[in-house]
Design a protein around this ligand. Structure first.
Ligand SMILES: [Zn+2]
Length: 246
């Protein structure tokens, strides 16, 4: 199979993102990253059985928005929760990359009423409009349950799933990686802040002021390069992942 440059590049980013999120303890034995194939109603995602820390670009499967495998069947079935990805991409043409994971700290906030989940760190300004909670903790393994989650996510950039995990969406895989890092950083900061006192979350005005001077593409490239550099040193990805910033 000949891959177009853009599909090859996407596959590399999805595989690297998956491995690096494991290295950062954000992805574990479950969870997955997907990327929309440009101009197609299809996405790439890792096979469900493959270790998240060992996934290679050529092992990803291509799945259409009905969940049908179009390529890579020989590498294994897509994850059973692939419908999270297909239904969100169907509903959100602005979203090109989706992460589903089971973060310990962020998920805690779906279990208590006393501390609402919200942005407390400056980079969490991305979620100032809200992070809805999907109240069905079940496995999202059908088009109907995927659509229900997409309905909960609606126009937002992240959602929590009660007693289960989270979904984070972005315009590309590198920005998605950085969002996942900040999502978890924010959850940990909120958890710690709530342990020592009454939480004063970011206000809409503070978030707007922060976003005013924030260059998201530059920030995503900077952090991607930082984490790729660490990942190369740790043997998580190979040295062919050259920095994207000059
Ligand atoms: Zn899950």
């Amino acid at each position: 199979m000949t891959l177009s440059n853009s599909e090859a590049a996407l596959r590399r980013d999805v595989a690297a993102c998956t491995r690096m999120l494991v290295h950062e303890n954000i992805l574990g034995y479950s969870g997955h990253i997907s990327a929309r194939l440009p101009g197609r109603d299809a996405l790439v995602i890792q096979p469900g059985v493959l270790s998240r820390s060992e996934v290679n670009p050529e092992q990803l499967v291509v799945v259409d928005f009905d969940g049908k495998v179009l390529a890579g069947k020989e590498n294994g079935k897509p994850p059973s929760e692939v419908f999270i990805h297909t239904e969100i991409m169907k509903a959100r043409p602005d979203v090109n990359a989706v992460a589903h994971f089971h973060p310990e700290t962020a998920t805690l906030f779906t279990l208590v009423d006393d501390v609402p989940f919200g942005p407390v760190k400056n980079h969490a300004a991305r979620w100032i409009a809200g992070t809805p909670t999907h109240n069905d903790p079940s496995h999202i393994d059908s088009p109907a349950s995927g659509k229900a989650l997409a309905d909960t996510l609606a126009k937002y950039e992240a959602a929590l799933i009660r007693a289960h995990g989270a979904v984070v969406v972005a315009e590309d895989v590198r920005a998605l990686f950085v969002d996942c890092v900040h999502f978890e950083e924010n959850a940990q900061a909120l958890y710690r802040a709530a342990a020592i006192g009454r939480v004063n979350p970011l206000t809409k005005e503070e978030a707007a002021a922060f976003m005013h001077s924030f260059d998201r593409p530059w920030h995503s490239a900077k952090l991607w390069d930082y984490y790729v550099g660490n990942a190369i040193k740790a043997g998580v990805v190979d040295a062919s992942y050259a920095p994207s910033l000059e």
